[in-house]
Design a protein around this ligand. Structure first.
Ligand code: AMP
Ligand code: FE
Ligand code: FE
Ligand code: ZN
Length: 278
């Protein structure tokens, strides 16, 4: 019997990935995954009825997911929400308010780029990112700006756009006025979902990590992209001691991050089922 593997962290064209949700389903099937969660940044728009029907046809089990931006100690913290109620309108509204904050922030980044002699009109960014008309609720952010900077000849490659201009603290960086982490956790729980600390290993400020570990999360993402096994063990031990779930996923984005393949991190059937428990 084939091993059950479910990648619970990936991005589609609804946010900053390069494959449509349908293409991700095909790829997941091709590489032999049994389950999947698409976790676009601040949008649940992948989860249309045709998408859910196609997943069912392919025999892929789905957990509704979304990666929500929050802020803690002036640091951008990503929170994964799983198995929330897809019909919950208040949750969708909460997420779409985050879209508004994202757009304000995108405007600020573009203003800074203009001051740096690299003008991009907001409309230009929207048009550039809307090359796919199946999913028009695109969650725009820094990766789209980076790609347009390359197209306009401002930077030679994606990583330079981030390293010099867009990374936290970069020359054109602007923070998102996101909700606080506890506010996001509370809303996820209200919508019957599980709140998980995404990629806890990326935070350089240890106070941020300590604080997050004392919040009312249900788990942390212990298996992530190409993290070294000893690092994984550290997070798994922490989660185990707290009685938390350990989730996992690749953070696949398609060709913009070609070094991260779909399915390179995953969870087994036991964990998958625990996330689906209410
Ligand atoms: P945003 O949601 O607009 O803040 O953009 C966050 C996304 O930008 C992340 O999910 C990554 O895809 C990408 N990103 C953030 N920081 C970096 C970085 N230093 N290098 C490359 N990509 C990054
Ligand atoms: Fe991303
Ligand atoms: Fe993230
Ligand atoms: Zn992600």
């Amino acid at each position: 019997m084939k091993q059950f593997r479910a990648d619970l962290h990936c991005h589609s064209t609804c946010s900053d990935g390069t494959l449509t949700p349908f293409e991700i389903l095909d790829l997941a099937k091709e590489i032999g995954l049994s389950g999947l969660s698409i976790t676009d940044h601040d949008t649940t728009s992948a989860y249309t009825q045709p998408f859910l029907s196609k997943a069912a046809e392919l025999g892929l089990q789905m957990i509704p997911g979304v990666e929500i931006s929050s802020i803690h100690r002036n640091t951008s913290v990503h929170i994964l929400a799983y198995n929330y109620d897809l019909q919950d309108e208040a949750f969708k509204n909460f997420i779409s308010e985050a879209q508004g904050k994202r757009n304000d922030r995108n405007h600020k980044i573009l203003e800074k780029l203009k001051e740096l002699g690299m003008p991009i009109e907001y409309e230009e960014l929207v048009a550039f990112a809307s090359n796919d008309d199946t999913f028009n609720h695109k969650s725009l952010g820094r990766p789209h700006i980076a790609l347009l900077m390359i197209k306009k000849g401002y930077v030679p490659h994606f990583q330079q756009a981030f390293d010099v201009y867009l990374k936290d603290g970069g020359k054109a960086f602007a923070p998102t006025l996101s909700r606080t982490a506890p506010e996001v956790i509370k809303e996820i729980h209200r919508a019957k979902g599980k709140a998980i600390i995404a990629h806890p290993g990326i935070y350089k400020n240890r106070h941020v990590v300590q604080d997050l570990l004392s919040m009312e999360f249900d788990g942390l993402e212990g298996y992530y992209s190409r993290v070294a096994p000893e690092q994984e063990k550290r997070w798994i031990d922490i989660a185990y001691n707290k009685g938390w779930l350990v989730t996992g996923g690749s953070d696949f984005h398609g060709s913009v991050k070609a070094h991260i393949p779909l399915g390179c991190s995953w969870v087994n059937e036991e964990t998958f089922k625990k996330i689906l428990e209410r």
